[in-house]
Design a protein around this ligand. Structure first.
Ligand SMILES: [Zn+2]
Length: 427
């Protein structure tokens, strides 16, 4: 599909606004992708993945350049897309229906955003993908632009459909599934009932029937500053925060110790983790401020609720009264930054069965990372996670997707299109 390459902006334009100097030396190596293209079945998907990766969609920025690009491709095929934007209009979800406005559609769902590359030791520019050793390297290659690329490349083949194929592209998945809820609300309200949603996160094309939920939180402790020789008059935000972190660590240890069932997750229990802590100004000042961010990755929603309730009670009944005895203005405030529900497909899920038939790969497994499947499932749409590439390479420096995974997703989509074209509903 040569025109995608023709439409690609000059490298200078793609890289504008990004610090690129450090990659220049490595990027001068010859790119062998042209040779590989001619030998690959999925050359079009490779080209399209490169095109999508070259559009920087790190979650902190806008994804609108990518959205516009996809809109124009859809437009080439006479498909109208619906934007479901963020409140500030800087980002947007995109929903499109290919085929008739009928029930029995299959949703192909992908997030457009990628995680940052800051501080990671990349061998070359993460947004100028390169091919080596049978792999395509670049930020977002496996998580999860190859899946989106394969769906876009398949558009010309999505002809004479008896039942629709829907594209559902979200923003801000990587920062806690912030964009998808409003998109899924519109899908649930406005599309005819769908047969399945396939969330194309990297699973090596295996069916994933469950993922953990996530609650991301920030806790801010406000103490009272004094000279550090006068600890009896101050309230140390750092030392209060340390107690709260210890409370969470104890809770995490308890959840691990109490876990007896084989839940199928790795690890098999709900986890609690503090990722960042910042506070204090000097060794001789009782600290006024300390904050930490933390997450709960829960097997079931009840675990998250129990833990949040216990944390709140500990703050209210033990920590706060003690702080306020020393200074009335001291306090602890916790806010939820993001939340996505756990996902568990029904034992006889039609979505899992569908994908197993399409891929020819039996069995299904559970994963510990959060994804958007719980949101689709909660909206009453049978859901499965299945996509090309491995989660082991996601979020890593030199993220890559093996080229044979591109063949695999192309093959699955070919069978999916045939299914939606067939007279009979059964796969
Ligand atoms: Zn992802």
């Amino acid at each position: 599909m040569k025109r995608f390459l023709d439409g690609r902006p000059a490298r200078g334009a793609v890289l504008a606004g990004r610090p690129t100097g450090e990659f220049d030396k490595v990027n001068s190596k010859p790119d062998v992708s042209a040779d590989i293209n001619s030998n690959m079945k999925s050359a079009d998907t490779l080209d399209m993945t490169r095109r999508l990766v070259s559009i920087d969609t790190v979650s902190r920025g806008s994804n609108l350049e990518l959205v516009e690009f996809v809109e124009s491709l859809l437009d080439d095929h006479g498909v109208q897309a619906l934007r479901v934007p963020s409140d500030d209009g800087v980002k947007s979800n995109l929903v499109a229906t290919i085929g008739p406005d009928e029930a029995g559609g299959i949703i192909l769902s992908g997030h457009t955003d990628v995680v940052p590359v800051d501080g990671q030791p990349w061998s070359a520019d993460p947004f100028d993908p390169w091919v080596a050793d049978g792999r395509l390297f670049g930020r977002g290659t496996c998580d999860m632009k190859a899946f989106i690329a394969a769906a876009l490349v398949a558009l010309p083949r999505m002809k004479s459909l008896r039942r629709p194929i829907h594209l559902a592209l979200s923003y801000d998945e990587e920062v806690g599934c912030l964009g998808a809820p409003r998109m899924i609300d519109r899908i649930a309200a406005e599309l005819p009932p769908c047969r399945a949603a396939i969330v194309g996160e990297p699973t090596g094309m295996q069916s994933v029937c469950a993922h953990k939920g996530i609650v991301a939180l920030r806790t801010r402790v406000t103490g009272y500053e004094t000279h550090s020789s006068q600890t009896h008059r101050g309230v140390s935000a750092v030392m209060i925060a340390a107690r709260l972190v210890t409370f969470l660590d104890d809770a995490a240890a308890r959840l691990a110790a109490e876990c007896t069932a084989q839940t199928g997750f790795e690890p098999p229990y709900t986890t609690v983790h503090v990722g960042v802590i910042r506070g204090g100004t000097a060794i001789n000042i009782v600290s006024r401020e300390c904050e930490f961010v933390w997450d709960i990755r829960a097997i079931r929603e009840a675990d998250a609720k129990t833990l949040l309730d216990a944390f709140e009670m500990y703050c209210r009944d033990e920590i706060l009264p003690e702080m306020r005895r020393r200074h009335a203005g001291a306090g602890v405030a916790t806010e939820i930054l993001a939340r996505a529900p756990a996902f568990e497909a029904a034992a006889d899920s039609p979505a899992v069965e569908l994908v197993q038939r399409l891929t020819g790969l039996g069995g299904s497994r559970k994963v510990s990372y959060a994804a958007e499947a719980g949101l689709f499932d909660a909206a009453g749409i049978p859901t499965v996670v299945c996509g090309p590439g491995s989660i082991d390479q996601a979020h890593q420096p030199d993220e890559y997707i093996a080229l044979d995974q591109l063949d695999a997703i192309d093959g699955m989509l070919e069978r999916l299109i045939a299914l939606q074209q067939s007279v009979h509903q059964a796969a």
